[in-house]
Design a protein around this ligand. Structure first.
Ligand code: SIN
Length: 187
């Protein structure tokens, strides 16, 4: 399925008056182009962030997709990001933004103070049409260096994500290694 917006609209029966938590782990950490009621660093368990999803609509094109992050199941691992409390009408915008293969999935979230909440997260699974899958970190860096799309360069996506993670005091070796290879190639 190349456009997941309609499927996402059908997936959850959200009450218009009941705000929900949304967990962001990629561009949703640093590009909050939507209204929110609260924003808090958070994490989810059992997943790792990987640059394994193709981007046809933001950081690449259908002919030359870029590489953006999705979550891959990894029991025992924790993925840190940012949670937003939003009203359900905001999904109209978000479902369009995340339409290239991401489906909304329900997940437990943990905040730094130990509090837990149920939330939603956009995940692009291996069976979506834009999935690119595993490659070595140097290969991913080369791919990112060569990709551009309507939202800007793929390198900008990577560098902004790495910077946002540092600001959150999050160490993500996959992201930081790819950043390292990309910056080395630009020297
Ligand atoms: C996310 O940020 O949570 C989803 C992936 C992306 O939009 O980069």
């Amino acid at each position: 399925m190349l456009n997941t917006a309609d499927e996402n609209r059908r997936r959850h029966d959200l009450h218009p008056d009941h705000p929900v938590w949304l967990f962001g782990y990629g561009s949703l950490i640093y590009k909050a182009d939507f209204p929110y009621l609260a924003r808090r660093p958070a994490s989810i368990s059992g997943w790792v962030r990987r640059f394994w999803q193709g981007s046809h609509d933001h950081r690449g094109t259908p002919d030359k997709p870029g590489r953006v992050v999705t979550l891959i199941e990894a029991p025992g691992m924790v993925c840190a990001g940012m949670a937003y409390r939003i009203t359900p009408d905001v999904f109209e915008h978000l479902d369009h933004r995340e339409k290239n293969g991401y489906l909304r999935v329900t997940t437990p979230l943990s905040f730094a103070d130990g509090q837990h909440e149920q939330g939603l997260v956009y995940i692009a699974t291996a069976d979506n049409a834009a999935f690119l899958g595993e490659a070595s970190e140097p290969q991913i860096a080369d791919h990112i260096a060569a990709s551009h799309g309507p939202s800007g360069s793929n390198a900008e996506y990577l560098l902004q994500l790495a910077e946002a993670l540092r600001q959150l005091d999050v160490v993500d070796e996959h992201v930081f290694h790819i950043e390292h290879y990309l910056l080395r190639a630009c020297d």
